[in-house]
Design a protein around this ligand. Structure first.
Ligand code: NI
Length: 206
């Protein structure tokens, strides 16, 4: 009996330590501290033309979303934490917008086209409801899109036995129906803040 209890207590301690370690690990999602500060640079041009492939295998460009606002997020499906959280924020914000959400296209652009093939993207975006558009493409297409949005990304050195992660900047971009940059939201912005900001812009525009 004593041994069973000790074992249980030990498991508790191990779990607590594991949780603490996880909390202390740097996120693989955000740019390292020494990475050059990217957006929001005053006057920097953010956004521009892109040609990518959606989760149904169709070629899409920035013009495919003409007339709609877009929320754009760059990340990757293998991301353990930040990407899913930010994508959840994005889709929750659209839920909060109600019918106004029809005017907004939520776009998730991968920075990991090597693993994020069309079928992988198709399975992944489904996890966030019916609206999210997943975009991948050739490494050159993805790099061009990331460059246009001033997105930093780099493969992080894989440990011997584990798969590589991607370091990447983590911002939500709001683009207007004309495809021009409107606003940038930092990681950790709540769905409510995001929804309020989009709603304000939508009503100002109408
Ligand atoms: Ni990520």
């Amino acid at each position: 009996r004593y041994q069973i209890m000790a074992g249980g207590a030990m498991n508790e301690i191990v779990r607590a330590l594991a949780a603490l370690l996880l909390a202390l690990l740097p996120t693989a999602c955000s740019a390292p501290a020494d990475a050059p500060a990217r957006p929001p640079l005053q006057g920097a041009r953010i956004g521009g033309p892109f040609t990518l492939v959606d989760q149904d295998g169709r070629t899409v460009t920035d013009r495919s979303f003409a007339g709609k606002y877009r929320i754009v997020y760059f990340g990757y499906t293998f991301c353990p934490d930040v990407c899913p959280t930010e994508l959840q924020t994005m889709t929750s914000a659209l839920d909060l917008l109600g019918p106004l959400a029809e005017k907004v296209a939520p776009l998730f652009i991968t920075v990991d086209p090597e693993r994020d093939t069309v079928p992988v993207m198709a399975d992944y975006v489904k996890l966030f409801g019916p609206r999210l558009v997943g975009l991948t493409g050739s490494p050159a297409q993805v790099a061009a899109a990331a460059r246009a949005y001033r997105v930093y990304f780099a493969k992080s050195t894989p440990k011997e036995t584990s798969e590589y992660l991607m370091d990447h900047s983590s911002f939500l971009y709001l683009m207007g129906p004309d495809g021009r940059f409107r606003a940038l939201f930092r990681q950790g912005t709540s769905a409510q803040e995001l929804a309020d900001s989009i709603r304000a812009r939508l009503s100002a525009a109408s």
